[in-house]
Structure formats: structure tokens, C-alpha cells
Design a binder for this molecule. Structure first.
Ligand SMILES: Nc1ncnc2c1ncn2[C@@H]1O[C@H](COP(=O)(O)OP(=O)(O)OP(=O)(O)O)[C@@H](O)[C@H]1O
Length: 289
């Protein structure tokens, strides 16, 4: 690793909360000493997926999670979403234990999962509508988010009339409409072509700079992480532990052209790739063993 980068390397352990110097009341999300294993179908034993993971997200912070395939990134997101429960440790949102899914935690998946029989607007306002809220309470917000994601003119279209990028923009508006405390994004742009992906990254950071919603974003793409994040967290190979964290130094708003021209970008990218390569090699060794 080069020495000129400001990074924090962490071995696992339960003492990370003090690392950030924040009191509990300041953190949006607290992940404290979390362990998770899954039973392996057809085998008597279980697989340890996360081991003693501790991480805090501050209000309005944009954190990208990187790590080798299968190291537990989606599992960590699912734990914060409340879709899964930890085997050890605890997760808190605004100081309250996470016991299941809740509207204060929105999720965006790689596949947009829109209802094909509903219009874009009906998909976008699906949550508050199903919760029995009056249209007057959410219609203006639906208009705002349709405009922010550039779909105001497509509100009455159906998902099958949209491109992949437009469908993902509708899914983003749907997740953001309830104004969640945190958005959990699991490789949301992974299935898009490079041009659309860049446009989505710019769109996302544009809205985030207005709304300042806390975001935990899983990606395999180092460029994407460096373009989007305030902080990049790298998980080790399975069982996932926090291997390394680094603050992303680039000012906002960012442009990708400026980033690639910045020598710090190349240095950071090289160092992250180095760590990812090490972890991928470990994960291949453990599969071969
Ligand atoms: N519900 C589940 N039941 C059993 N095993 C699971 C479950 N969810 C995840 N796993 C296993 O946990 C491990 C980690 O999966 P996870 O999807 O969290 O990894 P990931 O880092 O997001 O991977 P990728 O980058 O390839 O998407 C994998 O071996 C996966 O098979």
C-alpha cells in the first residue's frame, strides 16, 4: 500500500465505535460486532458470512461498500434493511434496534422490480398508497421525485415502455419518495451500460446533494465508489470483516473528467484494487482448500 493516502486499516474487533469519535446520538446507522452465518443446504454445517462487523454511518453520509464476490456485502445490506437478523451483535437506526423492515430504510436492488401492470407514477407512489395515506399527502412529493429522476413526462407510461435506465430511475424515485433516513443500494447500476451508468451516478449524486439522505451503496466498481462516496469501506473475503476504510478526498460536485485527471484518483484506485485483489485471492484459496 502506498503511504500517501489517508486510510484506516482495521482488523476485526469490537472496539470500532470509538474510532470515529462520534457519540451514539450522532450516528444514523450503527452496526456493532455483527456476526451472521447461513445453514448450507444439503450439508450439516453452516457458513460464516460476516464476522464481527462494526461500522457507523453518519447523518447524510454516502458510504460505498466494496469486496470480493460472496464476502457478505448484500447480507450486510439485508441486515440493515431488516430482511435478515444477525446471529450476534446488533444494528441500530437512529439509536433504535433494527428488528425488521421499516419505511425509514429504503432499498434499491440491481433489478428495478417494478410492477409491470402499474404506471410509473403508481409504482413510484406505491408505498404511501398501500399504507393508506391520502393522495394529497404524497402527490406533490411524487411529482417532485418524478421530476428529479427525469420521468415527469413518463408518469403514465408502464415499465415495459421504458429503457433499463429509466426503470432504475423509477425504482430510485419509489425508494426515495417516503424520504427514508437511509437508502440501501445493492449494485443498483450494475446491469446498466457504461454511459447510462455514468448518467445514473450523476443523477444520484445530484439528488443526494439536495436531500442529504444517508446512503449505503454496494458496488464492484472502484471508479463508481470513488465518484459517489464520502467514504469507501472494503470487506475482507468471507467471512466478511471490515478490511479497510478510506475517506474520499474529492470536492463536490464531482465530475468524472476531473476525477480521472486528478493523480490522487489513480493512486486511490490502485490501492483499492490491490486490497481487492488480495482478498479475491484469499477467497479463491479458501474455495480450493
Ligand atoms: N439467505 C441465504 N441463505 C443461505 N446462504 C446465503 C443467503 N444469503 C446469502 N447467502 C450466502 O452468503 C454468502 C454471501 O452472500 P452475499 O450475497 O452477501 O455476498 P456479496 O458480497 O453480496 O456477493 P456478490 O458480490 O457476488 O453479490 C454467499 O456464499 C451466499 O451464498
Amino acid at each position: 500500500m502506498s503511504a500517501h493516502l489517508h486510510t484506516t486499516t482495521r482488523s476485526s474487533g469490537g472496539h470500532h465505535d470509538r474510532d470515529h469519535g462520534h457519540s451514539q446520538s450522532h450516528s444514523r446507522i450503527q452496526i456493532q460486532g455483527v456476526h451472521k452465518h447461513f445453514a448450507q443446504p444439503g450439508k450439516g454445517d453452516s457458513q460464516q458470512v460476516l464476522s464481527d462487523v462494526s461500522l457507523e454511518l453518519q447523518h447524510g453520509e454516502f458510504v460505498c461498500l466494496l469486496g470480493a464476490s460472496g464476502c457478505g456485502k448484500s447480507t450486510l445490506l439485508n441486515l440493515v434493511a431488516g430482511f435478515e437478523q444477525p446471529d450476534g451483535g446488533r444494528l441500530l437506526c437512529d439509536g433504535r434496534p433494527i428488528t425488521g423492515p421499516g419505511p425509514e430504510r429504503g432499498m434499491v436492488f440491481q433489478q428495478p422490480t417494478l410492477f409491470p401492470w402499474l404506471t410509473v407514477r403508481q409504482n413510484v407512489d406505491f408505498g404511501p398508497r398501500m399504507a393508506g395515506q391520502r393522495a394529497a399527502d404524497y402527490a406533490a412529493r411524487a411529482d417532485e421525485f418524478l421530476r428529479l429522476v427525469g420521468l415527469a413526462d413518463f408518469a403514465d407510461h408502464h415499465p415495459w415502455q421504458l429503457s433499463g435506465g429509466m426503470r432504475q430511475r423509477a425504482a430510485l424515485a419509489r425508494a426515495w419518495l417516503p424520504e427514508p433516513e437511509i437508502l440501501l443500494m445493492d449494485e443498483p447500476f450494475g446491469a446498466l451500460d457504461a454511459q447510462t451508468r455514468l448518467a445514473m451516478q450523476e443523477l444520484l449524486t445530484g439528488i443526494w446533494q439536495q436531500k442529504r439522505t444517508t446512503i449505503l451503496f454496494v458496488t464492484h466498481d472502484v471508479d463508481e465508489a470513488l465518484f459517489l462516496a464520502d467514504r469507501v469501506v472494503i470487506l475482507s473475503s468471507r467471512p466478511g470483516r471490515i478490511r479497510q476504510e478510506l475517506q474520499v478526498p474529492f470536492e463536490r460536485p464531482r465530475s468524472f473528467e476531473d476525477l480521472v485527471a486528478d493523480p490522487r484518483f489513480g493512486a486511490l484506485k490502485r490501492d483499492i484494487l490491490h486490497v481487492l485483489r488480495e482478498e479475491a485471492a484469499k477467497s479463491l484459496q479458501s474455495v480450493a482448500a
